[in-house]
Design a protein around this ligand. Structure first.
Ligand code: MTE
Ligand code: MO
Length: 220
C-alpha cells in the first residue's frame, strides 16, 4: 500500500530495510556486561604498546588508497581526500590485546563501518569481511562484528593523526574484539560469502576473538 506522502524508496533504503528484517545491524550492539569493563585475564596499561609483524609500512596520506570490493553492490576505490569527505565520527572505546594488556578511553575519529556499509551496500550473500593491510597482514571478521556500532576506520587518535607505528594513515578499530582484528595500515576490505581466516587466525588464534569469552586461541 504505497502512500502518496511516502518518500521514494531508494536502493539504499531498501538495503537498510533488508538488513533490519534480517536483524543484521539492528542494534550493532554486542553483549558487554556493564559491571565487567575489564575482560578476564586482562590488566590495565596507561601507555600504548606497539604490536605488529615487525615492519612499519610508511604510507603517506598522498599514496594511501582504500579498495572495497567483493560481494558489494557499489565497490569503493577512494584516495585519502575521498575517504575524508565521508561522514566523520568520533568514538571513545577500550583496547583489549590478546597479550593481556587493555587500555581504556581511546578517542578515535574516522569513518564508521556502518557508514561505509551504507556506501558500498553489501550484497545479500555477503557474510564475512577480510581486511588487507599494506604490510601483507590480513584478518577476518563476521559482517555483524565489522558492523558494530562503535567500529570505525580511524585516521586520528586523541585528536592527532594516527602515527605510522599505530597504523596510520588509516586503521580499523573494532573495540569489542581482541585488537588483532583491528588491522593497521588498512588497504582493502573484501566482502565474502564464506569465511577466510587471516594471518593470526591460521596460526592458532581464535577465529572470532571475544575478550569477555576469552576467545584467545583456537581451542578456547
Ligand atoms: N596490518 C597489521 N595490523 C595489525 C597487526 C599487524 O601485524 N599488521 N597486528 C595486530 C595486533 S596482534 C595488535 S595487538 C594490534 C596492535 O596495534 P597497536 O600497535 O596500535 O597497539 O594491531 C593489530 N593489527
Ligand atoms: Mo595482538
Amino acid at each position: 500500500m504505497a502512500d502518496e506522502n511516502e518518500p521514494p524508496e531508494s536502493k539504499l533504503t531498501r538495503t537498510k530495510q533488508r538488513w533490519a528484517q534480517e536483524g543484521r545491524f539492528l542494534t550493532g550492539k554486542v553483549s558487554r556486561p556493564e559491571e565487567q569493563r575489564l575482560p578476564p585475564g586482562q590488566h590495565l596499561t596507561r601507555d600504548w604498546p606497539v604490536l605488529d609483524l615487525g615492519l612499519t609500512p610508511e604510507i603517506s596520506r598522498e599514496r594511501w588508497r582504500l579498495d572495497v570490493y567483493g560481494a558489494v553492490e557499489q565497490p569503493v576505490f577512494w584516495d585519502f581526500a575521498q575517504y575524508m569527505a565521508q561522514q566523520q565520527r568520533q568514538f571513545t572505546s577500550d583496547i583489549h590485546c590478546v597479550t593481556t594488556w587493555s587500555r581504556y578511553d581511546n578517542q578515535w575519529e574516522g569513518l564508521a563501518t556502518q557508514d561505509l556499509l551504507t556506501a558500498c551496500q553489501p550484497r545479500e550473500d555477503a557474510r564475512f569481511v577480510v581486511l588487507h593491510s599494506y604490510d601483507g597482514y590480513t584478518t577476518n571478521l563476521a559482517l555483524e562484528d565489522f558492523a558494530a556500532d562503535d567500529a570505525l576506520l580511524a585516521h586520528s587518535w586523541s585528536g592527532q593523526p594516527l602515527t605510522a607505528e599505530h597504523g596510520g594513515p588509516v586503521r580499523l578499530v573494532v573495540p569489542h574484539l581482541y585488537f588483532w582484528k583491528s588491522a593497521k595500515w588498512l588497504q582493502a576490505i573484501e566482502f565474502l560469502d564464506k569465511d577466510a581466516p587471516g594471518y593470526w587466525e591460521v596460526r592458532g588464534y581464535h577465529n572470532r576473538g571475544d575478550p569477555w569469552a576469552e576467545q584467545r586461541y583456537s581451542g578456547d
